[in-house]
Write a protein that binds this ligand. Structure first.
Ligand code: FPP
Length: 236
């Protein structure tokens, strides 16, 4: 039986379809999705999960219709403005991965302020992937290492050049809405992560669904390439 995961990463998918089923504009699905994110952040704090990483906006999402992109950016900015005090109060340390330089000045400013003001948080490290693409992140890391003149690039050195350098690798990845893909999210970091997929759309996800995922995780055998027997010897 596995202990609780230290790091959960989530691909929050299905906002658009949820809105469609309810005959609402897509942005209503995202708005509802943002509320669910808050519930799940709180649930992770309650369950003493120290790291949560949310895929809020991918590099590829820039290709969506411009009104949806603008609405999502506004939602993100407003979310940070309105939740910042609460984050500080709850001991949430906010950070981001991805190419934040592409974000609008308003959102970037809110991101930077929120990072600064929540740096002392020690209950949960909340990482939002914003304008994030894993291949782009890996390419940026290589460029950085080349610039620094690093010749002997090992997995450890590459890990330390990624946006996630301060995070442990995720133990559990959750993707909602019945899609079975990784979609350019944390490709390097997910090497030994347990994957959990659910049909539930993100706006319908909740703490009960999270507990189902945690329960499934607790029953998985994580071998990291070893045999079951070796593992038993390791834990004694
Ligand atoms: C996927 O649904 C979701 C996104 C592209 C954005 C995720 C953003 C949020 C949950 C809101 C912002 C979050 C916070 C915490 C402020 P989709 O639109 O791809 O759904 P579909 O596949 O049904 O169309």
């Amino acid at each position: 039986v596995n202990p609780h995961p230290q790091h959960i990463a989530i691909i929050m998918d299905g906002n658009g379809r949820w809105a469609e089923y309810h005959e609402l504009p897509r942005i209503e699905g995202h708005r509802r999705g943002a509320e669910v994110s808050e519930d799940i952040i709180n649930a992770c704090i309650d369950r003493r999960v120290p790291y949560l990483t949310l895929y809020a906006f991918s590099e590829e999402n820039w290709n969506r219709p411009s009104d949806e992109v603008e609405a999502l950016m506004e939602l993100l900015g407003l979310y940070l403005t309105s939740k910042r005090q609460k984050m500080i109060h709850e001991g949430i340390r906010f950070q981001t991965i991805g190419d934040v330089n592409r974000l609008s000045p308003f959102v970037r400013e809110e991101v930077e302020r929120t990072k600064e003001l929540t740096q002392q948080g020690s209950n949960l490290t909340l990482t939002m992937a914003l304008s994030y693409g894993s291949r782009q992140e890996i390419a940026r890391a290589f460029q950085e290492l080349i610039k620094r003149g690093v010749k002997n690039i090992t997995p450890e050195i590459l890990s330390q050049a990624l946006d996630t350098r301060d995070l442990p690798d995720p133990d559990l990845l959750i993707r909602t809405s019945g899609e079975y893909r990784i979609s350019n999210f944390l490709l390097w970091q997910l090497a030994y992560t347990e994957l959990y997929f659910t049909e539930t759309l993100w706006p319908d996800f909740n703490a009960y669904e999270l507990d189902k995922a945690l329960d499934a995780f607790s029953k998985r055998e994580r071998r990291f390439g070893m045999t079951s027997e070796q593992l038993r010897e390791l834990v004694g």
